[in-house]
Design a protein around this ligand. Sequence first.
Ligand code: HEM
Length: 474
Amino acid sequence: ENEPPLVPYTIPVIGHTYSYLFDTENFIRKCLKKYGEPFNIVIFGKVTTIVAQKYIPEVLKAHESFDAFEVFKEFVPLHLILDYDPFKVIGFHAKTIREQISGKLSFHFDNMQKDILYCLDKWIGECDKPRNIKDIWDLTNHVIGKSIANACIGEEASQHEDVVHTFAILTQDMNHYFFLPPFLSFIHQKLHEYVISIPFLIGLSPISKHKNILINRMKPIVETRIQQKKSLGNSYKPSNDILEYYMSQSDFDSSNVNYSYLADLLIFLIVASIATTGRTMANLLFDYASRPEYWDELYEEASTINKECNGKLTFNDINKMIKLDSFTRESLRHMGDMFIAPHAVIADHYTFSNGYTIPKGRNVFDFSEDCLFSESKYGSDSKSFKPFQFVPQNISASKVDRTYVVFGGGRHACPGRFYAVLMMKLFLYNIILKYNVKTENDGVAKKVMLGPFTNPPKESLIFERRKEQRIEMN
Ligand code: HEM
């Protein structure tokens, strides 16, 4: 017992669902003022505990008592859709990303830069005359899709358009089915999970098409590598991609390769990496295009580095662009989601440091906006966009702290954040040098609100080639 206070409500089961979905900020702030934190509300038929600035760090730290994927799987039931349950091997996925992606950034760097330049040429082009580009989020999903495909299955396989397209759109394709709020949970907690999985189970969803593309493209690579290993023995040179890493695991059987398993591992990485990074890249571009007052400073920094390195940017050079980094951190701080990483209690119960206790299975929603717009940390104008505020403090955009929770925190803080931030910065660096970009009506583009969550703005951006020329990489 000794539960946090339950906010009173009138209609049983429905509880606070309406206010949570349609008046989130006001509703949560009023409750915080009246009850302090944590407090309990009833949404989608379930008692849910809300924490904010004070207790989010505590939840993130108590990794033995909480699990974010227990909540994620209610909305995205990959364990029911894929042949191999990815939630059982989260530790392996996190290790893969830590070691093979974030731990090898300097290795991936040249490929990332090459892939970005390729994508800008292909999808934005020369723009000698102003060009209106629609669906910016789709564009950024393809840019990150190309780069992650390269890191996952190698340069050769990531040349194929079908595979890049699969990386880029798989998550969006799947999300169409998961878009509905979990109203069926009003009837039974698990009903929503099962009903949204039905199209996948009866083969109606596009996931099997994407899975076949992944398998078709990785099969020849795996077969060639197995042959080479046999013929070259110790002189075999392993590639640096994630497929090679999977092939080096002790459970990999080269005489009977389980392609469905390999594809399912990749599908989880796609879900974790593409829409997240594509979304923040799109937001970053809109933040830049919407704010002409910062263009000159950012251009000056980028072109100075471009000249200094004679067009051949290195990993070290990008780290010198402190204004670009600060702009990226500010854009992430303004991502707009009011909740970022809801967790469920997986221990027998959890007792907060103020004595309130919640039971196993309880969902704890993190009102992250309270951290990201903390007035004590970011000033009384914490909601304003102040792009260079981190320059004097010299904190990188990938560094998590108590109020900067876009990548979670504690032991399970996003292991892909170093890659995601590098990708965002490289993308904007190349855009800044090549194009002038502006919004359609010269104003600040508005994000699309979906209850307490956001998508990037829907409007187009106008690209025109800069008159000043960058030094091209040779
Ligand atoms: C801007 C882009 C991204 C954002 C905003 C983001 C955000 C997050 C958040 C909030 C979490 C949960 C942290 C927690 O439980 O406390 C997470 C976990 C995770 N992310 Fe990311 N992420 C991004 C990009 C990526 C990329 C590019 C990858 C892979 C290359 C990735 C792989 C993962 C994995 C494997 C986990 C699970 C870690 C664990 O449970 O130990 N993410 N991410």
